[in-house]
Design a protein around this ligand. Structure first.
Ligand code: CO
Length: 165
């Protein structure tokens, strides 16, 4: 495993549409392992392919005690409710904004061997599903934020929500 460099806002790779993964091979597994290591090192919740310069539809999400979730070619298949909260991004360091998201999101995706499965997330994980999948279509949370927060606001809104994606 190896750490990859996290691409920052302003790099055109973050605005591109990612292609589906078609080969579930060693190269993909190395990418996923590297993305996990990079995400854990950065202390974020989620990381998408373009954030390490790879224009493929891959996402890793840290589910905390439930381990890492790997989503290959993910699609949202159901969503409900609404949440309104603070959001950040490892590719947009130091900026936080308020973004409205569905509160429950179900995705279907392939695992590293190409098998399809479904996963449901709520609250932070639902937010993360939306945020990461938008990376795969070249979009950043900064386009969705209806208000950006001052450092003081970020501090007072509580560190519980402070995880970057
Ligand atoms: Co992000």
């Amino acid at each position: 495993m190896a750490l990859r460099t996290i691409v920052k806002e302003g790099d055109p790779v973050l605005t591109k549409h990612c292609r589906p993964v078609t080969s579930f091979d060693e190269r993909l597994h190395t990418l996923l392992d590297d993305m996990t290591e990079t995400l854990l090192d950065a202390g974020g919740v989620g990381l998408a392919g373009p954030q390490v310069g790879v224009l493929r539809r891959v996402v890793v999400i840290d589910l905390d005690e439930d381990g890492m979730l790997e989503l290959i070619n993910p699609e949202i298949i159901e969503q409900s409710g609404e949440q309104d909260g603070m959001e950040g991004c490892l590719s947009v360091p130091g900026r936080w904004g308020m973004v409205k998201r569905p509160n429950v999101v179900k995705v279907k995706a392939q695992d590293r061997n190409g098998d399809w499965f479904e996963a449901e997330g709520e609250a932070l994980i639902a937010r993360c599903f939306c945020h990461e999948l938008e990376h795969l279509d070249g979009h950043l949370f900064t386009e969705k934020a209806y208000r950006f927060l001052t450092p003081e606001e970020v501090e007072t809104m509580g560190r519980a929500e402070e995880d970057e994606q």
